[in-house]
Write a protein that binds this ligand. Structure first.
Ligand SMILES: *Cc1c(COP(=O)(O)O)cnc(C)c1O
Length: 856
């Protein structure tokens, strides 16, 4: 019989348990084991049933169980401890308060905060608004900013559907399904105004079409995360779909999402500042180019207040930080300029109806690629942010080359894009078993705050073996369950799946490989020589097993083909007990899979992996790195702590794959496998554990998100805050700078280095340790000395006679008008020297910023 009506019955939380809601609503519980355990102990079955989601769990606990918990003194005491711990965490001064002066040295009374924009945030599986690496990095960034006390507010989108869940069909082809995100079940609350109603902001699309945007708030420790949602009754059907899902639609859809994130985001930050009574952010950090429109919105606002376009851009740039995340041009968001022009919707005087007061063509010019009609979000990022960075040292260098055209006249090393190497949130990614070892060795201190982890060298072979065995066993158990479930979904019968209960060996060398399946990550490199791989897996004495996971973007056909190829290999009866593909890779699976792998394998096409972070998570758990010299491993690789797959210097990709695969097999067979199975007289893996200790001591402290956030604070946030504060403190600065810039641009054609000489050499020869004098005559074309920087560029010569690793030595103007500097020659070799002039002004952060240079 079908019911005529339905009602939802939810349990009412007894007053004594009300603090559970407070704990559930602050996502700090996600990185506090005691708090997760507390929730679990309310009702372990329901907790597991709802995917360990405290918000979804509370209404589903039976009244009897709730009453029992409310009378249970020991439960109540644990709950009170957790509440006390949370409040102390929120209220006590932390690293930022101890090390950064009030006002960040900006002269302002209170510390200005940072607004952090990202298209995705991977904080917990219970808030499914992420797809992979970029989102998890953003989540880890917020967690560490909270731990360190960095004043921050974050902005993202609340998608109606989470990223897709992955399953396989019989043939191993990826299937996608979407789960609906019900705000009631999510750890979010409406951001309420003074009247108690949920706050909304709006943007106006062409034709006067208003899109209302509701603001939700998730709390990540100390950091509020504002999530924007267009699924409102007041919106038309199309507008409601803007925040439907992450990376789901076509270009049109993506532009709309980015307009909501950027423009709606700035408006939401302002609404939040007003109701929360917190200082307005002065630094805007764009995590990837998706939120670039926030810069245009801020330019529009300054223009409404009376600034010219140039003045507004200068001021917005000062306080904006842009992080680029892809070294692959195809990974960058690019739109048809006309499409965007349509949305910006110019009125008769050329001003935007979407962003009031913004001149449409001038704004578009910031992002339109040279000579084309393509609007490039990364280019907008570099133009709207005075400070920018890649996410590992190598990625910084690759980005400088990739975007050199934006800074004409400057060599690649001087392109003003720096780097901050990514990191991972230690507490999130360290398994409980490993965390216990770390605490035992280092004491109950905030380990992330320390850069010296040498105490971990005291961990014994025995302790490490025990922990690694536990973690590997957990992985094997998860893999068995997942493989069985996957086969049931693929249409196999329960009765034919007994074999899944015995796949993998809890004592065998276990290699993990899990990440987004995009072509450059080369999931199938290990299949280059299938027979050789089979032999490695099937070795009776020294077996190797591989556990693999990863999703392919729904529209990425080649990615799905790779995945199918791998799944089919793993389906083979001869190897299925040694190689397993686990569908639906996600944060929760990642924590078990990465922690349980003895070796974390990473073989992208160098240098296409910007950083990669899963290998860092392995390091925290005593896993060893086996990687191409790319991303973060390129700057940290160390033979005492892992193995590096050499990069083949051939152009043909097929040939290169073959060579690198050969190297991969070779290192695996001749170095990794023997070391893993080598035992000393006591049966201990002495050599292996020595390597594990070395990895923990030397690599781990450098790959934490705490290190990363501290780097952002010192290298980018504080300089940006000071630069932005200079504009607020001195309202005339924007105007003065802009007219100075116009003068310099007008005068520049007449600026030149008319002669340059080296004195103190003997026919171009000099002895090591001697000094030479550089003398130059410089024409300033009407500019004054203070307007320019005259420098000698000195450095060793490359084969093509270019100066590499240039040193810059300023020249001083003498009485007679000549410019002079003394240059020491500490090293032997061929040294090149030239003199050049660049503009100089306190507002400029980099010499290349205006793209003006005059050289000898
Ligand atoms: C860490 C992580 C990633 C990112 O891995 P990369 O090594 O950067 O490719 C992706 N997905 C999940 C679920 C993760 O935990």
């Amino acid at each position: 019989m079908k019911p005529t009506s339905t009602i939802t019955v939810s349990s009412v939380l007894p007053g004594a348990l009300e603090p559970l809601r407070e704990l559930a609503l602050n996502l700090r519980w996600t990185w506090r084991r005691q708090c997760v355990d507390l929730f679990r102990s309310v009702d372990p079955e329901v907790f597991a049933d709802v995917g360990e989601n405290p918000i979804a769990m509370l209404p589903r606990i039976s009244a009897g169980r709730l009453a029992e918990a409310a009378r249970d003194e020991s439960f109540l005491a644990r709950m009170r401890d957790e509440v006390g711990d949370l409040r102390t965490y929120l209220d006590s001064g932390r690293w930022f308060q101890r090390t950064v002066p009030e006002g960040m040295g900006t002269g302002a009374g209170t510390s200005p905060s940072i607004a952090y924009f990202s298209m995705e945030f991977g904080i917990t599986p219970t808030l499914p608004i992420y797809s992979g690496g970029l989102g998890i990095l953003a989540g880890d960034h917020l967690k560490s900013a909270s731990d360190l006390g960095v004043p921050m507010v974050a902005i993202g989108l609340l998608y109606q559907d989470g990223y897709f869940s992955q399953s396989l069909d019989r043939s191993g082809w990826q299937q996608e399904s979407y789960r609906h995100n019900d705000p009631e079940q999510l750890p979010v609350q409406p951001l309420r105004g003074a009247d108690g109603e949920q706050l909304t902001v709006a943007i106006t699309l062409p034709g006067g079409r208003e899109v209302d945007i509701a603001i939700w708030r998730a709390q990540v420790g100390r950091v509020p995360l504002l999530l924007l949602d267009t699924n409102l009754a007041s919106n038309d059907e199309g507008a409601r779909q803007i925040t439907d899902r992450l990376y789901g639609g076509d270009h049109e859809h993506r532009i709309l999402q980015e307009l909501v994130l950027g423009i709606g985001g700035v408006r939401a930050v302002q609404a939040h500042t007003a109701v929360a009574g917190v200082p307005a952010p002065s630094v805007f950090h764009l995590n990837e180019g998706h939120a670039g429109f926030s810069g245009l919105e801020r330019v529009g606002r300054l223009m409404q207040a009376g600034s010219s376009f140039a003045e507004a851009v200068a001021e917005v740039r000062a306080g904006t930080v842009f992080t680029t995340h892809t070294p692959v041009p195809a990974g960058i968001d690019r739109f048809e300029a006309d499409q965007l022009r349509g949305y910006l919707d110019a009125d008769e005087s050329g001003l935007s109806r979407l962003i009031p007061a913004l001149p449409v063509e001038a704004a578009l010019a910031l992002g339109i690629e040279e000579g084309g009609d393509v609007f490039n979000m990364a280019q907008l990022g570099f133009r709207i942010a005075q400070r920018s960075n890649g996410v590992a040292r190598l990625h910084g260098a690759v980005s400088r080359a990739m975007f050199q055209d934006l800074y004409p006249g400057f060599d690649v090393p001087e392109v003003p894009i720096g780097s901050v190497t990514n990191g991972v949130h230690r507490r999130t990614w360290t398994s409980p078993a490993m965390d216990d070892l770390v605490t035992k060795a280092m004491g109950a201190v905030d380990v992330s705050a320390l850069s010296d982890w040498s105490a971990l060298a005291t961990l014994t072979d025995h302790e490490l073996t025990e922990t690694r065995d536990t973690l590997r066993a957990d992985l094997v158990e998860m893999a068995r369950t997942q493989v069985k479930e996957s086969w049931l979904r693929r249409g196999a019968d329960q009765a034919e799946l007994a074999w899944t209960g015995t796949i993998l060996d809890p004592h065998a060398l276990t290699i993990g490989f899990a990440r987004r399946v995009s072509t450059y990550k080369r999931l199938t490199l290990m299949l280059s020589d299938p027979d050789r791989l089979r032999r490695i897996l099937q070795d009776e004495e020294r077996p190797v097993q591989i556990v693999i996971a990863g999703k392919s973007h729904p529209a990425d056909r080649p990615g799905k083909e790779f995945l199918q190829q791998l799944v089919r290999f793993a389906d083979d009866h001869g190897v299925r007990h040694r190689i397993a593909f686990l569908p639906d890779y996600d944060i929760r699976m990642a924590s078990v899979l990465i922690a349980g792998a003895d070796v974390w394998m990473n073989n992208p096409i160098r240098p296409e992996e910007a950083s990669g972070t899963s290998g860092m998570k392995a390091v925290l758990n005593g896993g060893l790195t086996f990687s191409v010299s790319d991303g973060w491993w390129d700057e940290m690789k160390d033979d005492d702590a892992g193995w590096t797959i050499p990069t083949a210097a051939v152009d043909d990709q097929g040939e290169r794959d073959r060579l690198e695969a050969d190297a991969l097999y070779e290192i695996l067979e001749s170095r990794i496998v023997p070391l893993f199975y080598e035992r000393d007289a006591r049966g201990m893996q002495r050599g292996w554990m020595t390597k594990v200790r070395s990895s923990l001591v030397t690599i781990a402290p450098r790959i934490t998100a705490a290190r990363m956030v501290r780097d952002y604070v010192s290298d980018l946030y504080l300089p940006a805050a000071r630069a932005a504060a200079a504009f607020t403190a001195e309202p005339a600065l924007a105007g003065a700078f802009t007219s100075w810039k116009e003068d310099v641009q007008a005068a520049w054609p007449a600026v030149s280095v008319s002669s340059m000489m080296l004195e103190g050499t003997e026919e171009g020869r000099a002895a090591t340790g001697s000094e030479v004098t550089v003398v130059a005559e410089v024409q300033l074309g009407g500019l004054s000395e203070e307007d320019v920087l005259v420098e000698a560029v000195v450095g060793p010569l490359a084969d093509d006679d270019e100066i590499i690793e240039p040193h810059l030595i300023p020249l001083q103007r003498e009485q007679d008008g000549r410019w002079v500097a003394r240059v020491a020659l500490p090293f032997p070799g061929e040294i090149g020297c030239t003199v050049r002039v660049t503009p100089q002004h306190p507002v400029l952060a980099h010499r290349a910023e205006l793209g003006l240079v005059a050289a000898a």
